[in-house]
Ligand binder design. Structure first.
Ligand code: UT7
Length: 319
């Protein structure tokens, strides 16, 4: 049976770092509040002339190098993003041009913070159907551009970055993506949304969130979908080596770990240094744990995310 195997991974964070202490100078917040309530110490911010596609391209090149593959091998580019360069064309086609290919297909996925997991689901289906052979899946965001920098309840939480993986169809048994589940529920739009958009307001808008209510939904839904994802493949949570969660808040990671009885050492966290990079957060966290050699070939990994929509999902992967 054809499997969707992870051949390579790469990431990129913009050079500029914005610390909590720097935020203290511009809004009514403290480093202590941000660390205690979120675990965040700093975030990376894209330069003025650096766009989502630029972050995506660097992450993609790093993933191609890791996979020892050429861009000519890629026949599908998927970019998960909520902060595209333009309303159209898709950021994926801009990335395609910047990488210098004219073949195959490229499109964006919009599922906010769950975009990378949605992308895993779409890439897996297209690889298994034979519609693509080598997919470049990227999560890339410049969330700093849709933040209201005077709103202390949201602007301290997010950062910019990109992560990319190469997924290829292969006959390897028991390897690659084993099961992916994606879910949504449009009832809670007002808890997490952007107050603008091409059709509604003819401008981009800024992010709005009622954080404590999102928090409660996130812990419950993430724990449930991870269990369902493992059981759907005939495994239990106890069989899994590593958990690579969406990096929204350290207290969400701790809450889910407590519910599922996970060892904290198994939960990869980059919240402190990256903050919430939306669709980029899962591949960024996974790349950091692969590069520092915690995650090794053959390990069983559970990825998960939760975000605006609401959207959420989980993906079980043999690396
Ligand atoms: O990726 C998409 C998914 N997003 C999430 O999962 C985010 C989920 N939510 C959260 O991470 C947390 O709810 C927050 C970090 C956003 C907020 O933490 P909280 O413990 O839920 O605090 P809260 O919203 O209940 O606010 C507590 C207090 C409020 O003051 P009062 O009303 O008690 O006087 C806020 O005004 O903290 C205040 N506050 C702040 N104080 C200092 C809110 N933001 C700040 C801030 N600095 N930056």
């Amino acid at each position: 049976m054809t499997q969707s195997v992870l051949k390579g991974i790469g990431s990129y964070l913009p050079k500029k770092i914005l610390t909590n202490n720097e935020l203290e100078a511009t809004i009514d917040t403290t480093d202590v509040w941000i660390r205690e309530r979120t675990g965040i110490a700093q975030r990376h911010i894209a330069a003025q002339n650096e766009y989502t596609s630029d972050l995506a391209v660097v992450a993609a090149k790093n993933a191609l190098q890791d996979a020892n593959m050429s861009i000519q091998d890629i026949d599908l580019i998927i970019v998960a993003t909520t902060t595209p360069d333009y309303t159209f064309p898709s950021t994926a086609t801009i990335v395609q041009k910047k990488l210098g290919i004219k073949h195959g297909a490229a499109f964006d996925i919009q599922a906010v913070c769950s975009g990378f997991i949605y992308g895993m689901s779409v890439a897996d289906s297209m690889l298994k159907s034979g519609a693509a052979r080598n997919v470049l899946l990227i999560g890339a965001e410049t969330f700093s551009r849709i933040l209201d920098w005077s709103d202390r309840s949201t602007c301290v939480l997010f950062g910019d970055g990109a992560g990319a993986v190469i997924l290829s169809s292969d006959d390897m048994k028991e390897s690659g993506i084993l099961n992916t589940l994606i879910r949504s529920n449009g009832e809670h739009r007002e808890l997490l949304y952007v107050d603008g958009g091409a059709s509604r307001s003819e401008n981009v808008g800024k992010l709005r969130m009622i954080g404590n209510q999102v928090f409660r939904h996130a812990v419950k839904d993430i724990a449930a979908i991870m269990e369902e994802c493992a059981e759907g493949y005939g495994l239990s949570i106890a069989d899994i080596d590593w958990f690579v969660p969406h990096q929204a808040n350290q207290r969400i990671l701790n809450g889910v770990a407590k519910r599922l009885n996970l060892d904290k050492e198994q939960v990869i966290s980059t919240v402190a240094s990256h903050a919430n990079t939306s669709a980029a957060s899962v591949p960024l966290a996974m790349d950091s744990a692969i590069k520092d050699k915690r995650i090794k070939r053959g390990d069983l990994i559970m990825l998960e995310a939760f975000g605006g929509g609401f959207t959420w999902g989980a993906s079980l992967l043999r690396y």
